[in-house]
Design a protein around this ligand. Structure first.
Ligand SMILES: NC(=O)c1ccc[n+]([C@@H]2O[C@H](COP(=O)([O-])OP(=O)(O)OC[C@H]3O[C@@H](n4cnc5c(N)ncnc54)[C@H](O)[C@@H]3O)[C@@H](O)[C@H]2O)c1
Length: 284
């Protein structure tokens, strides 16, 4: 018997990356998974997983569009009669998008608003539509994907960091409001997780792990090993399962220790070519 046998899950951002790895891990533990992504590639990925014997259903939709989110919850109910797990994982994260996301003076309002609409709006709408359905069958587990970028200020990625900080608040808010209905809500907080190398990845003009803030995160790890998709997927399986039945309102950091030590503003300033903060007279 798998650790998620009999459970019905929805995973968003499921066409690739961490989402796809997490879907595979949940399905391997016996979950029935509805895979949602704005990219129609989710259909092909679902066909591949189904061919391997996993119980998955694809759904093409945008997490920032309420009818799409209502539709995926409806599909889970129609296909499997219940909903136990919602993994709100979709986010705008292409290297091209992230390179435009610098600081308040240089980021457009449109960029900020679209980032919030997808990253935060998707978590909000997912929770809104999943909670009543989960409550009807005695509870469930909502898992949100945050990021180490939520943990502090930075000289860049202002929209992304703001969105992930909001997700962490939403996580605690949903946990607080619906715990009495048996609904748990936690966030998985990845550090830098590079996708497995592939010929297609090697040909991309920009790779996430090559963007300077990502390199700094890698250099700030306590552990001298790369984070991989299984590290996040294993945590998602744990939070989806009854093994975590007494855990709610928590941020589970899967980051090699990046957020466990003092900040690295000096590194950030060096990277931006800015002068270090002068020490106050008397301290130096
Ligand atoms: N990879 C990392 O190092 C890392 C680190 C910290 C946090 N994260 C978080 O992990 C999650 C997954 O990241 P990833 O690295 O797998 O990225 P990814 O770009 O490979 O996957 C994101 C998926 O979300 C989908 N998506 C984007 N907008 C959507 C929308 N409006 N509606 C539905 N789907 C949409 C994309 O099509 C894509 O398949 C994100 O929340 C990201 O912020 C990733």
């Amino acid at each position: 018997m798998g650790r998620l046998a009999g459970k019905v899950a929805i995973a968003t951002g499921a066409a690739g990356g961490l989402g796809l790895a997490g879907v595979r891990a949940m399905a391997a533990q016996g979950a029935h998974v509805v895979m949602m992504d704005v990219s129609s590639a989710v259909r092909e990925r679902a066909r591949e997983l189904a061919a391997e014997g996993f119980e998955v259903v694809p759904y093409t939709g945008d997490v920032s569009v309420e009818e799409d989110v209502a539709g995926v919850v409806e599909l889970a109910q129609r296909s499997y009669g219940r909903l136990d797990v919602l993994w709100n994982n979709a986010a705008l994260l292409s290297p091209e998008w992230m390179l435009q996301d610098t600081d308040v003076l240089h980021v457009s309002r449109d960029h900020l608003m679209r980032t919030l609409e997808v990253n935060v709006g998707g978590v909000f709408l997912g929770s809104k539509h999943a909670v009543p359905v989960m409550a009807a069958s005695g509870g469930g587990s909502i898992i949100n994907t945050s990021s180490v970028q939520a943990a502090g200020g930075d000289l860049t990625l202002v929209s992304y960091g703001t969105s992930k900080a909001a997700i962490e608040h939403l996580t605690r808010s949903v946990a607080t409001s619906y715990g009495h209905l048996g609904i748990r809500c936690n966030a998985v907080v990845p550090g830098l997780i590079a996708p497995p190398s592939s010929p297609a990845a090697a040909e991309r003009p920009h790779r996430l792990e090559d963007i300077a803030p990502a390199r700094l995160i890698r250099d700030s790890q306590m552990l001298d090993l790369p984070g991989d998709q299984a590290d996040v997927a294993n945590t998602v399986v744990f939070l989806a399962s009854d093994e975590s039945k007494f855990i709610t309102g928590q941020l589970i950091r899967v980051d090699g220790g990046v957020t466990g030590h003092l900040p690295t503003l000096a590194d950030r300033r060096r990277l931006a070519g800015a002068a270090p903060t002068p020490l106050k007279a008397g301290l130096g």
